[in-house]
Design a protein around this ligand. Structure first.
Ligand code: SF4
Length: 335
């Protein structure tokens, strides 16, 4: 079992592959979670007990997150034993504030949601991946876009927080399809979204297609541009994007054949958005030298990796000096 405490104060417990009716084209869950064995309820409780003191010392509260495979499709007795372990930990350690899980859109029904309510599940994330039936079929997902709509409705009607996960650059995907997926997600009103550019892993169908030259996914630059559009769309619709790109992981780096992976992917996307915003504001000004102020937390995003944003601006005639100013996003002054 591998456990990872995430920034969003999720304590993730990975349940690899158990419960998945088949293998999707991109998935080698062992690579992604770094975990091979499904944990017992005793092991889960032991981990929660062990982590509680550390969380409490740092004043952090956490949701217990059953991620990895398809939580609602694991054998029911096993699923309930894990939920009982999580409930016991929540009763004993107030640092745990709720339970969340990820699952497939075709593995949600009223019966499962009744069990989840009984065991105080608070949020359910659906691995929707795409809202194009062609892309879903080409990637052997075994569910349709309508399944995503139906489950999302059931989840919301039953009072759970809804999370949707999408992938970009799957086999057969196009930029337009990814933008369509985002628009369809927005109609389903999720509270959160995760965006994962496709990483092509060994021992997967996509890996085979890549190795025989039939598939290569979107390029890095295309993906950054697309994801900055997606981030803008979701943010404008008050939907929190809680993750962009896979977590940094040695096994993913080792097993990766192609696709898009960068440990600071989100920072690169946000930096690209800042460049677009700055260009837009500079358009109204004559070419020349300017000082741009921004808050400390935006400094590296404004400058860009290897000063990329400043070089791009210089190429179009704007020489920029960056200075820190608390609470400011972008403020421009003549030199
Ligand atoms: S449903 Fe999820 S965990 Fe299962 S094979 Fe597909 S991507 Fe992997």
């Amino acid at each position: 079992m591998s456990v990872k405490q995430m920034k969003q104060t999720n304590l993730s417990i990975f349940i690899p592959h158990l419960g998945c009716p088949h293998r999707c084209s991109f998935c080698d869950q062992r690579s992604v979670s770094g975990s091979q064995k499904a944990p017992s309820s005793e092991e889960v409780y032991a981990v929660l007990e062990e982590q509680a003191a550390g969380l409490s010392e740092k004043n952090i509260t956490a949701q217990i997150a059953f991620f990895g495979g398809s939580f609602s499709a694991v054998p029911k007795e096993y699923m309930i034993s894990l939920l009982k372990a999580a409930n016991k930990a929540m009763e004993r350690f107030p640092v745990y504030t709720g339970i969340r899980c990820s699952t497939r859109p075709d593995c949600i029904d009223e019966e499962i949601l009744t069990i989840f309510k009984e065991y105080r599940m608070t949020a359910i994330e659906l691995g929707a991946q795409s809202m194009s039936d062609e892309v879903l079929c080409a990637n052997e997902r075994g569910h349709s876009a309508q399944d995503v709509r139906n489950s999302s409705r059931l989840i919301r009607e039953n009072g759970f927080e809804l999370g949707l996960q999408m992938m970009t650059g799957l086999y057969g995907d196009t930029i337009e399809n990814s933008l369509y997926t985002a628009d369809e997600f927005i109609k389903l009103k999720p509270e959160t979204v995760r965006i994962y550019p496709t990483v092509i892993l060994k021992n997967t169908r996509l890996g085979e297609l890549f190795e025989c030259g039939r598939f290569k996914s979107f390029s890095f630059d295309e993906t950054v541009e697309l994801c900055s559009e997606l981030l803008k769309k979701f943010t404008e619709n008050n939907i929190r994007v809680i993750r962009m790109g896979l977590h940094a992981s040695e096994s993913v780096e080792k097993d990766m054949l192609g696709g898009v992976y960068h440990p600071c992917f989100r920072e690169i996307v946000e930096s690209r958005l800042m460049l677009d915003d700055l260009k837009e504001r500079l358009k109204a000004l004559r070419k020349g030298s300017y000082t741009v102020f921004t808050d400390k937390r935006n400094l590296s995003k404004l400058i860009g990796q290897k000063r990329k944003n400043l070089s791009v601006l210089e190429e179009i005639g704007y020489k920029i000096k960056v200075k820190e100013k608390s609470g400011v996003y972008i403020e421009i002054e003549d030199f």
